[in-house]
Write a protein that binds this ligand. Structure first.
Ligand SMILES: Cc1ncc(COP(=O)(O)O)c(C=O)c1O
Length: 375
């Protein structure tokens, strides 16, 4: 009989003793809001780990993208190029700034932005490119960095899913002008909820800090020349983040071990496309994704239903931005098609990939896959 304990969750965070110790310090000293030394330490250590100068911690990854785009002072009609295959946070950060998101398709193997499609989308209104590293694998950044130089564009990296991943030896989130992270509970480094923007530009960092904190002016509190938000992270959350960063190499290793354990067991299933690692990439396999060949007669929803019947929880892949009714209603992306995104959105899901996953659980997941395909 099925029992709740044997269900394998899609994600589970790992909270260690150090996290508890640092959080207790906050509680005992009363530094529980957005002031306190853990905030500064979290910003500095994460920026330095990624090879950037300044970190601005915020309450989640969605608002990290929002203030990053807002800090560009775009004018209505300015364009930002991004992949269709991503979370809505990316596209809505652009529309909230009254700018226009312009989409490209993704690579069928890495599932990241197909950089060969970007140049054709650059117009005189283009101001920025937003590469999104997907499920642990980096975007092929050099062609984008080159285009940005040539056309004077800003690069906003979304490295929410690639903590510790590398592109040609450089950290994801360490290559753009503005680099955004999420620290949600399913991320490699988590603060429960949280986010950060990194930059090398001191003035930009100051502007981002202002946008995070109601745009209070330094010269006179409660005097404003711009509208901001309360997007502050708490010292309690940052305390968890500091402890998590201390363990990042172990966490990345764990994800890479998990991926090799899955791949070893699933590589003989020709109807499944498994995660790849390009020669120039260090994939951190944030989530272990699969794309089912349509010849199986199954889409990801049906596959997920059958896996759930075997007590294995999964998540479907993103649905492309060009397929979102909310954007159609805004007059965006009507009649646009991105076939790779459309295929992986229907055929892709990810398997349990949390920080606490065990070899026995991976074996149980793969047994479930074998059972489904043996039918
Ligand atoms: C690529 C990407 N960007 C942004 C976000 C938004 O982050 P958050 O959930 O912290 O708002 C996510 C969330 O998982 C994400 O996967």
């Amino acid at each position: 009989m099925a029992n709740a304990q044997s269900i394998i969750p899609v994600n589970e965070p790992l909270i260690g003793e150090q996290e508890k110790k640092y959080v207790m310090e906050c509680l005992e000293t009363g530094w529980i809001s957005s002031e306190g030394h853990f905030i500064r330490e979290f910003e500095e250590t994460w920026a330095s780990y990624c090879g950037m100068k300044y970190g601005v911690a915020v309450s989640n990854g969605t608002v990290a993208l929002e203030i990053a785009v807002a800090s560009l002072n775009l004018t209505p009609g300015d364009e930002v190029i991004l992949p269709s295959f991503t979370i809505i946070s990316c596209a809505q950060a652009i529309t909230k700034a009254n700018a226009v998101p312009v989409l490209v398709d993704c690579d069928p193997e890495t599932w990241c932005m197909d950089v060969s499609q970007v140049e054709a989308k650059i117009t005189i209104r283009t101001r920025a490119i937003m590469p999104v590293h997907i499920y642990g694998h980096p975007v092929d950044m050099n062609p984008l960095l080159e285009m940005a130089r040539k056309h004077n564009l800003v690069i906003i990296e979304d490295a929410a899913e690639t903590h510790g991943a590398e592109y040609k030896g450089r950290k994801c989130g360490g290559m753009g002008d503005l680099n955004c992270f999420s620290f949600y509970a399913n991320k490699i480094i988590t603060t429960g909820e949280g986010g950060m923007v990194l930059t090398n530009d001191e003035q930009q960092a100051e502007h981002l800090r202002s946008l995070r904190n109601l745009c209070f002016r330094k010269e006179r509190r409660f005097y404003h020349t711009e509208l901001g938000n309360n997007f502050r992270l708490t010292n309690l959350q940052a305390a968890i983040g500091v402890a998590q960063i201390e363990r990042i190499e172990e966490s990345v290793q764990k994800k890479r071990w998990m991926a090799s354990a899955y791949t070893e067991r699933l590589k003989t299933f020709e109807m499944l496309s498994l995660p790849v690692e390009r020669p120039w990439a260090k994939n951190v396999y944030w989530m272990y994704g699969l794309v089912l060949n349509p010849s199986t007669g199954m889409d990801a929803i049906e596959f997920a239903r059958r896996l759930a019947g075997e007590r294995v929880m999964t998540r479907p892949f993103f649905l492309g931005m060009h397929e979102q009714p909310v954007f159609h209603a805004m007059g965006l992306f009507q009649n646009e098609h991105y076939p790779v995104t459309e295929n992986i959105a229907r055929q892709g899901l990810y398997l349990p990939s949390g920080m606490t996953i065990t070899e026995a659980q991976i074996e149980q997941v793969c047994q479930a896959v074998r059972k489904i395909f043996a039918r």
